[in-house]
Design a protein around this ligand. Sequence first.
Ligand code: SF4
Ligand code: FES
Length: 373
Amino acid sequence: MNAQTPTVRPPIAMLAELTHRCPLSCPYCSNPVELARIDQEIDTATWKDVFRQAADLGVLQLHLSGGEPASRRDLEELVATAREAGLYTNLITSGIGLSERRLKALDEAGLDHIQLSLQGTTPEMADEIGGYNGGFKRKMQVAEWIGAIGFPLTLNAVLHRRNLHQLPRALEMAVEMGARRIEVATVQFHGWALKNRDTLMPTMEQAREADRIVTEARARLKGTLVIDYVPADYHSDYPKRCMGGWGSTGLNVTPDGKVLPCHAAESIPHLSFDRVTERSLRDIWYKGAAFNAYRGTDWMQEPCKSCERKTVDFGGCRCQAMAIVGDPNATDPVCIKSPHHGALQAQAAAHSSSEGADLVYRVSPKKTAETID
Ligand code: SF4
Ligand code: FES
């Protein structure tokens, strides 16, 4: 690394994608189109070793995700090991697959926090979007158990053209459930979600209305509920600082053990990824080719190269530049300074005004919720 590259600090957070298996089939899923199969998933002992390595590397927060992490039968054992290693553990779940008995076992294992996803605020919307009949009712039951056990809770509402009108109710539900935080995340188009842009792209008016509702709610609910907000970036003028900057604060481990700088990094064809079964996490973080590909600012082209915001947003999202411009080194086209910004806005307007498109699911919507003890 040359003198202009900032010193690489240890990662703060690790996202462990324990499995790609999931009872839901949300059409905005950002997991890859080709999912890791169950026989490719790394085993319990390997995950435990990865958690210990992560703590040793300096990681503080472990986000256990998927797919649906409750699909892993060893979840409680993995949580216990992560806590023993000194990691703060957060379970990112749809709630489907969690029983009261399992939640109590997770509490005993030391689980620190739960992030519960919300596909909609009514059974009709939630079950249609999640592709899972009975899912909303089950989720509300799980939310009650979470409250009774006393887990700190964050609600995660993914919003898009179909359900943005439910944002005020989602905020009310967060307060009613006793959540300390809500993530209001306008859908991001990665992985499977790209197939559903015609149905899910919010209109410009919806994006502005969501901005207004969030601003008003932040003032009204100050001290009661923290609201994290991911705006509709196709309708924005500046891009988000994706992953806090590539290779700067976090890393992802896939169900089959690949270590990625962000969850969509596999969409960048020239990158190759190390595996936890072949190289230490420390070595991958500091020396891995994928992590160093877009670290810092040396890789940038114009207009980012000479822009005063280059250490604010680090040129936006590499995966979005790849998906829209076909060049992962390009300025994120969300940026008003990108030569592709106008084309992106035209695309957003076209997607958001297209009518009659059906939701495309990974698998056919399920007819009934599974029975869980
Ligand atoms: Fe960010 Fe690049 Fe746009 Fe500047 S030109 S605001 S660094 S994306
Ligand atoms: Fe990969 Fe943004 S999702 S850099």
